[in-house]
Structures are given as C-alpha cells and as structure tokens.
Design a protein around this ligand. Structure first.
Ligand SMILES: Cc1ncc(COP(=O)(O)O)c(C=O)c1O
Length: 383
C-alpha cells in the first residue's frame, strides 16, 4: 500500500508538536459540563415517546427521506414543521437545513454576490467562514463585539460600495466565549448604513426569550434583521437547523443554496423530534427556569471565588481563559480525572494566548457540582 502523503503527515506532526492534535473522545459518564444540551431535551423520554407517537398517529413509518427535498424527500412533515417554526419565531418563512453547518454554508455562499460586502465579527463560527469562502463577495472582519470598529468599516463600505449590498454578520451568543454583542446598537448601525443583519442564534434558542425563542425575539428585534440561523442540535437537543426570514429569502435559498439542494433530506423521525421539541419549549418552562438559576449561581460562585479569568456571559456557556495549549489541557485533564467533563478549547480553534476551559451549563446541573468544579479550578489556577 502507498504511504500517506508526506505533506499531510507533516501537518499532523505539527499539530502534535503544538499540543493541538484533535482526537475523538471516548464516551464517558462524567458530570456534563461540555454538551450543548442546555435544557436536557436530548435525554427527555417524554420528547422521545411523543415524537414516536406523533409518527405512529400520522401513519408515517419510513426510515429515510429517500432523496433531496427538490426530488423525492419533501415529505409532509417538512411543511408542518417549517410552518410551526416560522410561527414560533414570528417570521414570514422558515427553511430547514440538515445542520447548522449546512445552513450557514448555503446562506453565505449563495446570498452575498460579487461586489457585495460582508462585515463579520472576528470570532464568527467556522461554518459562516466556510460559506463566505465559497462566495465572490468581499469579506472584512470587525473586532469582537466592537461596535466602533464595525461603524468604521461601514463608513468605508458605504464609500466603496454605493449600489451594492452590505451584510453584517454576528452570533447572538458566541460559541467559544458565551458572550453577546450589543444587538440593538448593531441593528441601529445596520439601519443607518442601509446594511442587512444576519444573526446566528445557535446558542440562544431555548436559553433566551419567554419561551426560549432566542435573543433577537427577547429584544423584539426579529423584524429588523434580514435572516436568523436557528440550530436544533443545541438547546433543542435534536438535530438540524433552519434559516428564518422573508418568503423571498427562503425561495431564493431553495433555488441557490447548494447545501440545501444537493443533499438527502432529513428523515421523518428527525422532523417529528424537532416539532415535538418546539412544543416542549412552550410547555416546559421549568427546564428554562432551572437553567437560568444555575447560570446565576455559577456567576455568583465565580465572583465569590474571585476567578477573574472568566469572560462575562449571561448565557449557558462560560469560559475561563487559561493561556497555552499545554496548560489548558493539563487543567482540563485534572478536572476530568475528578469526574467533571470540562473541555479545553485549544488554539487554533481560538487565537493563540486565548486558550480556555469551556463550561456549558444545563437545566440539570446542580449547585453542588458547580461549587465543586469551580473550587477545584481555583486551586489549579493558583498553582
Ligand atoms: C454559532 C454556531 N453556528 C452554527 C453551528 C453549526 O450547527 P450544527 O451543529 O447544527 O451543524 C454551531 C455548532 O457548532 C455554532 O456554534
């Protein structure tokens, strides 16, 4: 057999040297501080049984979609689920994609056209970056959550680009920091400079809003943005994603978003789970209240223990910066040895010098678990 290409071997070796070689972790039974299952919906027997019963009652017994949505895969559940999502998110239309990655890839590769300008937060998710790389539009990054820097770029873009579209892209909760931009100020800027806002709400669904609708809706800004990306693999505990916006936008995506067009559709049971999980967002207020309580408790404990390396966050994601891949891996390993599933986030996933421990909180996290893990962290950081 021929050997693996030398250039690829070298890339793996340099990852290893930088202490940044990625490996798939084995399943474990540690206390969960790493999953995105913020409300515990992924383990809900009620949701599991209700989705199953829904399928049985509707007489749907197929295992797969059988084709892409434009060919044979557009089964009835799509319409019901998309209508329910559009209603829930107070949008004209919703279009389901197979994942958040696919949604961002499709949106950013097809919507911004040659000559358009995309202004994006420097910490934007990899799926948005990958989408932008497939587009002919020009992309410029602004400093993380930095409104002043964004306005500087908007002024330049306005001069450079009189008749073309300008898009502003951000996340309502940043996946690697857990923090949030000043969305109201951004919407004002977008309106002032005639730009269009696109907001990825992946980590806000289920966490913010009266019924977990996300941050934009909790601020009543949903009608002032061009598109929202909602993902189901996090707070909703299942899988898939949707882009919500105008009917024209979803019509456009059906025609031009290649990650939508050229792939097999989701199976009916995925859609039944999404539909059921949405109904639980409205029914099950307890989970969201428990999550909110544990977030507040975590913040109070960070303060009490004077853990100054934490990035300010009101979301379910809390990060302590521990510089250097070797150090952050060492601390994470020790927390893991003590039964806490806390993951290190290494460079190059985050910039060098900003490596961190990422604590994801859940409706089922207890106060004792929070105190225990933070006390242990405090000891490690003082060593
Ligand atoms: C901000 C953000 N957008 C999109 C995605 C991709 O979503 P999915 O996991 O459904 O592909 C993620 C997940 O990592 C994310 O954090």
């Amino acid at each position: 057999m021929r050997t693996f290409p030398k250039s690829l071997q070298n890339k793996l070796a340099s990852r290893d040297e930088a202490d940044a070689l990625r490996k798939l972790p084995a399943p474990n039974s540690r206390i969960d501080f790493s999953s995105n299952d913020y409300l515990g919906f992924s383990k809900s027997e009620e949701i599991f049984n209700a989705s199953h019963n829904y399928l049985v009652k509707a007489g749907i017994n197929s295992n797969g979609a059988t084709g892409s949505r434009l060919i044979s895969g557009n089964h009835k559940l799509y319409k019901d689920t998309e209508n329910a999502i559009a209603n829930f998110h107070k949008a004209e239309s919703a279009l389901i994609f197979n994942s958040g990655y696919d949604a961002n890839l499709g949106l950013f590769s097809s919507v911004p056209q040659k000559g358009d300008i995309v202004l994006y937060d420097e910490y934007i998710h990899a799926s948005i970056r990958d989408g932008m790389r497939l587009s002919m539009a020009k992309n410029y990054k602004f400093g993380h959550n930095d409104i002043v820097d964004l306005e500087r770029l908007l002024k330049k873009a306005e001069i450079e680009n009189r008749d073309r579209e300008i898009y502003i892209v951000t996340e309502s909760v940043f996946s690697m920091d857990g923090d949030t931009p000043d969305l109201l100020a951004m919407v004002h800027l977008a309106e002032k400079y005639n730009a269009r806002m696109i907001v990825d709400e992946a980590h806000a669904l289920g966490v913010f809003g009266e019924n977990g609708e996300g941050l934009l809706q909790s601020l009543a800004l949903e009608n002032r943005v061009f598109a929202r990306i909602i993902t189901f693999g996090k707070g909703l505990g299942c899988h898939g994603a949707a882009i919500v916006g105008s009917l024209q936008l979803t019509q456009y995506l059906v025609n031009f978003a290649r990650s939508f067009i050229y792939t097999t559709a989701l199976p009916p049971h995925s859609l039944a789970t999404i539909l059921t999980a949405y109904s639980y967002l409205e029914q099950d207020k307890n989970s969201r209240q428990s999550l909110k309580k544990i977030i507040d408790f975590f913040t109070a404990e960070v303060k009490r223990l004077q853990l100054h390396s934490f990035i300010y966050s009101e979301s379910a994601i809390h990060c302590a910066v521990v510089k250097g891949n070797a150090k952050v891996k060492k601390v994470a390993f020790s927390l893991q040895q003590n039964g806490f599933d806390v993951k290190p986030i290494l460079s190059p996933t985050v910039p060098e010098g900003e490596e961190r421990l990422r604590f994801c909180l859940h409706a089922y996290t207890t106060q004792q678990q929070v105190t225990a893990v933070l006390q242990l962290l405090s000891i490690h950081l003082s060593l």
